[in-house]
Write a protein that binds this ligand. Structure first.
Ligand code: NAI
Length: 257
């Protein structure tokens, strides 16, 4: 029986991933800064789910929780670096501590997770890492500058490690969804969400991640997986269109009335 360790799994996309993998027979680790909600979900799912407190920005907490989860599950097969936060609005009107916090959680959280989990993944019979990047890692986003930058960092971490850890037989992949209907996008202050709308559910992203965990490893297995029609179009176009076209189209898509 395989196991999956998910950060930020108390609600939203993380909770949908936990539920889907539980339904497919996995042992599921639901780790979050919100311990009450994490425990409630684990209880609701059943005996193959375990919850715990984890602040992804704290490396020692990662070491502790991974060791605890491994002792319970036997081995760790899948790590999903899902925990994330988002501040929106004009760059200069956002407090610098919010910009820093975004990097601490969205970037350092992923570095911490990958670094602390590797010894367990190396020993597992099958191992894969899935990171939550975003469609905002296709082109830098106005009103979401630091969030967008943090997801570019996740994209870079994923690409580099997917090559580096080939020696261990571990694929490191990411998903790049456009806006997903969760608490994160409620009250978001950015033109792009008003212009493009929210058309994805947390379950859509979880289904994509399940496919990426199941897919046979081959040289054709894509490292990045845009989720949803619009994200796929933007991802494909960005690779072939000239820079000024990318800039103009993003300016248009993020336009405020
Ligand atoms: P959400 O806000 O519903 O859930 C985020 C979860 O992360 C919460 O349970 C929260 O308690 C937890 N969390 C926050 N800080 C934490 C920390 N320091 N340590 C551990 N857990 C922490 O957000 P959602 O939408 O489910 O997002 C999940 C991931 O998907 C994030 O990385 C996000 O950037 C990414 N994503 C979301 C999109 C969206 O439109 N909702 C689109 C693309 C990517």
């Amino acid at each position: 029986m395989h196991s999956i360790f998910i950060s930020g799994a108390a609600q939203g996309i993380g909770a949908a991933i936990a539920t889907l993998f539980y339904q497919h027979g996995y042992k599921v680790g639901i780790y979050d800064i919100n311990i009450d909600q994490a425990q409630a979900l684990a209880q609701q799912l059943g005996t193959r789910a375990k919850a715990g407190l984890l602040d992804v920005s704290d490396y020692s907490q990662w070491q502790h929780t991974l060791s605890e989860f491994k002792a319970w599950s036997g081995e760790i097969n899948v790590l999903v670096n899902n925990a994330g936060i988002l501040y929106s609005g004009a760059f200069e009107q956002t407090d610098i501590t919010a910009h820093h916090r975004t990097i601490d959680i969205n970037v350092k959280g992923v570095l911490n997770g990958c670094h602390a989990a590797l010894p367990y993944l190396q020993k597992a019979s099958f191992a894969r890492v899935i990171n939550l990047s975003s469609a905002s890692a296709i082109y830098g986003q106005p009103d979401l500058v630091t969030y967008s930058a943090s997801k570019f960092a996740v994209r870079g971490i994923t690409e580099g490690l997917d090559i580096e850890w080939q020696k261990y037989g571990i694929r490191v992949l990411d998903v790049m969804p456009l806006f997903v209907q969760t608490a994160m996008v409620k009250d978001m202050d950015a033109g792009s969400i008003k212009n493009m709308g929210v058309h994805l559910s947390a379950e859509d992203v979880a289904n994509q991640i399940y496919r990426q965990v199941q897919v046979k490893d081959s040289i054709f297995t894509p490292t990045h997986q845009p989720v949803g029609f619009k994200s796929k179009i933007l991802f494909s176009l960005s690779k072939v269109s000239p820079q000024f076209v990318n800039r103009m189209s993003n300016m248009f898509l993020a336009k405020r009335e």
